[in-house]
Design a protein around this ligand. Structure first.
Ligand SMILES: Nc1ncnc2c1ncn2[C@@H]1O[C@H](COP(=O)(O)OP(=O)(O)OP(=O)(O)O)[C@@H](O)[C@H]1O
Length: 903
């Protein structure tokens, strides 16, 4: 036979004691002596049993203990004060209830009001228990409930049940019956749905309440009963039906419905009920966060009672499943609940912020039979790639249960979104690229990096670093899965394509690259998953207010402004500011202006100051000393550094981290990250001239300003960047950086740095006013080269019967003719337009297609007829070689470009 534990011994002793000594309790010392167990031990056990609701403590000296005969699962855990909601929604009700019980000499009658399932019965039980604990009732005081609605259609039987009856007092009464009023003598009688009591019953009830007397049916003699009556009803307090009761019963306690309680309280109830189920099953129950979310949010009209039974049903489902599948773990998912519960998840999006404060992240919780809830340690790692298989299992299971396809999709989309959130959260902060490279192939990282930058430009959005890490991990596991021939379905696909069309198109593009690189085929479902990563940038993850700002301070009229403009456009955030320091500006004024800009715009966590020359660097230090605003200076300023700083400051809030990583990027410029970025960001490189000088930092700027005044420079849309050559190594590094993002057409200055492929123009050529001839030529030739590149790039589109060289020749010659013979100024942008037009025109003509009419032909012919005819003649001479003829419409199109004439 199983050996009795000390706990069993105490319980058995109390059972026997209560049988022999009705209505009284016993103290700890006596129990300890009788069962021969150490007093401290007995005291500990009694407290435990009290917590579990198995014994009742009767206040006094010494405290007496008795078995809680009325122990139900519901009032198990301690009395009123341990009830969920005791300090919140039920606080007032409990105060009223306690007051009514303690009211001398034997408590007041009370009426419990509240919708079905709010906990009225439980409340009455707790009142009974409270009365015993406070010596108002004896420990063995009865607690009897009677639901008046059950007998509402049989008033005589109802009366007989309540007040007792003599044999033959009504049809069918074949024996004497003791009424509940009598049975509940010296205890509590709960009359539920009391408004259903027939009028004669009400009369007798009020008589009993007033006089403590009643008359059983068919009897003449009144009987006495000392019963505390608690009435309960779901009727609203102000209905006429109830007014009779509310007038007679001194205390009305309204228990609030579930929807009026806080979600924290509801969460407490949910946990409590799952613990109760766990203890019933005798096994641990592991609960998914989505289960908790749906339980928190679904429309639970039946209040706490319904919440409890819905949880019971869900637990019963998984319990059965675990038996049939012989699984050790009992694991509860939102899909295990009835569909009205699952619907709760649909409300998650709108209540996300609040719910996330209660159900945090995606950890599953484990509820054990001893009532402890903790994080489930065994949760599978999402990075193991099991997620998709689990999703599929879940879908199959739902299908088998007959869940509608539409419901499955809704539920699955929540699972999927949670997965992404977790994947992203996990990758936040704790993974760096080096670590990532242990898990992810370099090719994948490069592809993802390029994709994110590209998507960022296209969507005009910045992505957090975690998008990069998350996507790298995701792609890796997708490739593995696809290689293993595993099928996946994205139940969110339809929604993704509808809601995030742009992201989906980008993902399609990216998918072709992956397919090519890894020789696999990505199904559309997979592309849907990729798109979802891009939607993350849409979340309000960027809180500009708490991030450092970037200030670009550079010499020159608008060098800093133009850089900042590019950075703002690309990064899409307005956290970057420009300070253009004109050469003639007095340094003290410049300092004050820069300081003012910093003070005005900083957001409390520091400023990254990007400067081009030494004196500005000093400004950073001074501003920090004077204002206390943290200023970190970055010296190697270029558009790309500005972009990188702006991008990082939107994501990261720690200025030191940004500063370090930007500096690292600068020194590793040729490492993939920035290189990739430049390729993507700068599709068409802008032209620049670098000015250099060995004699002090201002001279290069002076040369720049001088060049900017030259007409042929103003006409050329060329940017001029002064560089310091005091430190040659740094100078070459800067040139290299610039080369990545700009087309350096020439270096002008007092020192020939001898760089392969970049012509040098001594400044003396310009000073002596050799008309800047060489520089002008260089610029012109550069444009010609650029037009040649355009043709090269369009090679695939060209008509194969005509070779690319012919196209180049006719395009470039036409532009030269326009400039030299007809005297038009052709900027590079206009030239590019002409080249593109001519490519299409020649192809069209050679294929025998007609040119569409040019709307401004008449205007051009009347105002520029001479030029038009000359151009037509010249072009026909060239085109004739290939049997092509150019008409007035084609010529008008070209001139329209040059003259910028639009109707
Ligand atoms: N605060 C609470 N803590 C724990 N369980 C509760 C709480 N409130 C109610 N319950 C549980 O919810 C269920 C429904 O409560 P109860 O039966 O007392 O409601 P009721 O208002 O009497 O419902 P009805 O009007 O339908 O009779 C019970 O199992 C009860 O134990």
């Amino acid at each position: 036979m199983k050996k009795l534990t000390n706990r069993d011994k105490v319980l058995r002793y109390l059972e026997k004691f209560n049988d022999r000594n009705v209505g009284i309790g016993i103290d700890t010392n006596s129990i300890a002596t009788d069962i021969e167990i150490d007093r401290a031990n007995v005291s500990k056990l009694l407290n435990q049993l009290y917590e579990e609701g198995l014994v009742i403590k009767i206040k006094g000296k010494p405290v007496l203990y008795t078995l809680n005969k009325n122990n139900t699962q519901e009032n198990k855990r301690g009395g009123f004060d341990n009830t969920i909601g005791a300090d919140k929604s039920l606080k007032k009700c409990i105060q009223q209830a306690k007051a009514s019980i303690l009211y001398p000499p034997r408590g007041l009658y009370s009426l419990l009001l509240g919708e079905t399932g709010v906990g009225k019965t439980l409340f009455a039980e707790l009142m009974h228990r409270f009365a015993i604990e406070n010596g108002i009732l004896q420990p063995n005081a009865p607690f009897i409930t009677f639901n008046c609605a059950d007998y509402a259609s049989l008033p005589q039987l109802l009366m007989a049940q309540l007040f007792g009856s003599k044999k033959g007092s009504y049809t069918g009464s074949d024996k004497d019956r003791v009424g509940l009023v009598e049975k509940a003598n010296n205890g509590v009688l709960l009359l539920d749905e009391v408004h259903r009591l027939p009028p004669e019953g009400q009369e007798m009830l009020f008589y009993l309440m007033d006089k403590g007397e009643f008359t059983p049916l068919g009897e003449d003699q009144t009987k006495k009963s000392n019963v505390l009556i608690i009435c309960a009803t779901t009727e609203e307090a102000d209905t006429s039906l109830l007014s009779t009761f509310t007038r007679r019963i001194p205390i009305s306690i309204t228990i609030p419905p579930l929807r009026e309680r806080t979600l924290e309280e509801r969460y407490g109830l949910i946990c409590e009920f799952i613990k109760v189920e766990s203890s019933r099953i005798g096994r641990e129950i592991v609960v998914s966060p989505n289960s908790l979310r749906s339980l928190l949010l679904y429309n639970c009209t039946g209040n706490v009672g319904q919440l409890k039974s819905d949880i019971q049903l869900g637990c019963a489902n998984v319990f059965l499943k675990s038996i049939s599948k012989k699984q050790k773990e009992i694991s509860l998912h939102s899909t295990d609940f009835a569909s009205h519960v699952k619907q709760g998840l649909i409300l998650y999006k709108n209540n996300k912020e609040y719910i996330d404060t209660i159900v945090d992240g995606n950890e599953r919780l484990s509820f054990s039979s001893d009532g402890i809830e903790k994080k489930y340690e065994g949760a599978q790692s999402l990075f193991e790639g099991l997620f998709y298989e689990n999703l599929e299992d879940r879908v199959q299971e739902l299908k088998q249960r007959g869940v509608e396809e539409e419901d499955i999709n809704v539920l699955m989309s929540f699972e999927i979104e949670s997965y992404f959130k977790e994947l992203i959260d996990k990758s936040q902060g704790n993974i760096n690229k080096e670590e990532l490279s242990k898990l992810v192939e370099k090719e994948t990282m490069d592809l993802v990096e390029e994709f994110i930058y590209f998507a960022g430009t296209k969507l005009n959005r910045v992505f957090p670093n975690k998008t990069f890490y998350g996507l790298c991990l995701h792609i890796t596991s997708s490739i593995e899965r696809l290689r293993a021939g595993k099928k996946i379905i994205n139940h969110n696909l339809k929604k993704v394509i509808e809601d995030y069309k742009d992201e989906y198109i980008l993902a399609l593009n990216f998918a072709t690259k992956i397919e090519k690189q890894f020789a696999i085929k990505l199904p559309v479902d997979e592309i849907g998953f990729i798109s979802m990563f891009l939607t993350l940038g849409k979340d309000p993850i960027i809180d500009e207010a708490k991030h450092p700002i970037v200030v670009v301070a550079m010499h020159g009229r608008n060098t800093a402004s133009s850089m900042v403009e590019v950075a703002q456009k690309l990064v899409g955030g307005y956290n970057i500011y420009a300070y253009d320091m004109h050469l003639d500006k007095n340094p003290q004024t410049a300092y004050e202006e820069l300081k003012e800009m910093v003070v005005k715009n900083h957001r409390g966590v520091g400023v990254l100051l990007l400067v081009d020359m030494g004196s500005l660097k000093m400004f950073g230090k001074l501003i920090e000393e004077q204002t206390g605003i943290k200023v970190k200076v970055i010296e190697m300023v270029s558009t790309i550094t500005a972009i990188e700083c702006a991008r990082k400051s939107l994501i990261e809030s720690d200025i030191n981290k940004i500063w370090e990583s930007v500096n690292e990027s600068i020194s590793n410029f040729f490492n993939s990250s920035l290189k990739k970025m430049t390729e993507v960001y700068v599709a068409q490189k802008e032209k620049i001239i670098i000015t250099v000088c060995t004699t002090g930092e201002g001279s290069a700027v002076a040369i720049k300003e001088m060049l900017e005044k030259k007409k042929y420079i103003q006409n050329e849309e060329v940017q001029i960047i002064p560089l310091n050559v005091n430190n040659l190594k740094e100078f070459y590094a800067s040139v290299n950086k610039l080369k990545e993002i700009k087309r350096i057409v020439a270096i002008v200055g007092t020192f020939n740095p001898d760089i392969y492929g970049i012509p040098y123009v001594p400044v003396s050529d310009i000073f002596e006013d050799k008309d800047g001839k060489s520089l002008k030529n260089i610029l012109e030739n550069d444009s010609i080269k650029a037009y040649g590149w355009i043709v090269e790039n369009y090679k695939k589109e060209l008509d194969s019967t005509i070779d690319a060289e012919f196209y180049k020749e006719i395009c470039i010659s036409t532009i030269e003719f326009l400039k030299k013979n007809l005297g038009f100024h052709i900027s590079e942008g206009v030239g590019t337009g002409i080249v593109l037009h001519m490519i299409c025109a020649i192809k069209r003509i050679s294929l025998g297609e007609k040119c569409p009419p040019c709307e401004v032909k008449d205007k051009i012919m009347s105002e520029y007829g001479e030029e038009a005819n000359k151009l037509k003649e010249y072009m026909n001479e060239l085109a004739g070689k290939k049997g092509i003829s150019i008409d007035d419409d084609e010529v008008s199109f070209i001139l329209r470009n040059v003259l910028q004439i639009y109707e």
